[in-house]
Design a binder for this molecule. Structure first.
Ligand SMILES: NC(=O)c1ccc[n+]([C@@H]2O[C@H](COP(=O)([O-])OP(=O)(O)OC[C@H]3O[C@@H](n4cnc5c(N)ncnc54)[C@H](OP(=O)(O)O)[C@@H]3O)[C@@H](O)[C@H]2O)c1
Length: 367
């Protein structure tokens, strides 16, 4: 099987670094003429010079401009010419406590992560359908499905992008143009290094910081490491190629197995405990609830938590106090129902016996 994109022109937004740069490189190596985009002309020229120095056969176009504005979008499209492959890669992300996200920030995430992509699709889809061939690829994220509590505005924008992809795939039905989204998982890029360091000890060397981040904040990853940008780019190149002609309207995962479901859209429903208590890397192995007996073992505990729809940590200081009495066991206090009138303490450990012992030592909780 050979991916051949010769004769196709691709525009990759946000391609001066990270995943976008890897996608631009891979598409160019597959023979496409690729427009490299970033806001600054000098940065775009530098990247193009670097990519050509690595391989002089790469056919690259400088398409600097801010694609979050209509004027910037026009500039970029004028530099690119007819687009056969549109990769909406540009996306911003950052951790902000849910209650601190302002109206302006909600709007900014929508404008940059969703509306910029929509505007480019509107501008390029008619040409693609007229020519009878085209590819639109929207770079979404595992966060579209497993909404991170520390960046729900980002999750919202990526969920919206899935809807945009699916909707425009319908618009392009039967035309030879496919529209898909790619759900990237936690990936090793410069942007992510900053993000990782915003959540773990800034003095840790990168390798340790990465491991700590995956252990504490992304325990669901089956890959157990960050994804390399080229691994995302390989999937994008395949979907951009004529070989992927029967894949459209799909949300394709390159997430390192992060989303714990065979059907992405249901993941949030199947693992409410994992998502709510994401900061605990270990399995929930015992739960003691007010007015009920202690549930022991990963399955019973998970069922209990699911039934109780644990949503919010109420008193971390109590959990910390109890934790200090039981080595290797994490304890957490959570509400048992949305009106928070009942509480539970969960003991989490790799060892069921430790967790059960710790749970049995806990004081009875009043309702
Ligand atoms: N990294 C991850 O772990 C991860 C995981 C899942 C999904 N994703 C998604 O993958 C995509 C790429 O992420 P990344 O981490 O590779 O990004 P990144 O390293 O932060 O790179 C962002 C790129 O976008 C450009 N850019 C920023 N604002 C722009 C604008 N207004 N107009 C044009 N270009 C602009 C930047 O160049 P200039 O600054 O020069 O403009 C840069 O080239 C995003 O959609 C992200 O949500 C990332």
């Amino acid at each position: 099987m050979r991916i051949d994109l010769s004769g196709r022109t691709a525009l990759v937004t946000g391609s001066t670094q990270g995943i976008g740069r890897a996608i631009a490189t891979t598409l160019a190596d597959a023979g496409a003429r690729v427009a490299v985009n970033g806001r600054r002309g000098d940065a775009v020229e530098t990247v193009i010079a670097e990519l050509r120095a690595e391989n002089p056969d790469r056919d690259l176009i400088a398409a600097a401009g801010d694609v979050t504005t209509p004027a910037g979008t026009d500039t970029v499209l004028a530099a690119t010419g007819d687009v056969d492959i549109l990769v909406n890669n540009l996306g911003i992300f950052g951790a902000t406590p849910a209650m601190d996200i302002t109206d302006d920030e909600w709007r900014r995430y929508f404008d940059v992560n969703v509306l910029a992509a929509v505007r480019l699709i509107r501008a390029t889809l008619p040409g693609m359908t007229q020519r009878g061939w085209g590819r639109v690829l929207d770079i979404a994220s595992d966060s579209a499905v497993v909404i991170p509590a520390e960046m729900i505005h980002y999750g919202m924008s990526k969920t919206a992008l899935l809807a945009v992809s699916r909707g425009f795939a319908k618009e392009a039905a039967g035309t030879g143009v496919t529209v898909n989204s790619v759900l990237a998982g936690p990936t090793h890029t410069g942007g992510v290094e900053d993000f990782v360091y915003s959540l773990v000890d800034q003095d840790l060397p990168w390798d340790e910081a990465q491991r700590e981040f995956m252990r504490v904040h992304r325990p669901q990853s089956l890959l157990q490491r960050l994804i390399e940008p080229e691994e995302i780019a390989n999937m994008v190149a395949y979907l951009a190629s004529p070989l992927a002609s029967a894949t459209t309207g799909a949300a394709v995962r390159v997430d390192g197995g992060y989303i714990d479901s065979i059907v992405p859209e249901t993941a949030a429903h199947t693992h409410p405990v994992r998502t709510s208590f994401r900061s605990f890397p270990r399995s929930v192995t015992a739960v003691r609830m007010s007015g009920e007996r202690t549930a022991v073992g990963p399955h019973a505990a998970r069922r209990a938590c699911t039934r109780a729809s644990l949503r919010q940590v109420l008193r971390p200081e109590l959990a910390a106090g109890a934790s200090s009495q039981a080595t290797g066991v994490h304890l957490r206090v959570g509400s048992l129902d949305p009106n928070e009138s009942r509480k539970a303490v969960m003991a989490m450990s790799d060892d069921s016996n430790d967790a059960a012992t710790a749970a049995s030592r806990l004081p009875a909780l009043s309702r």
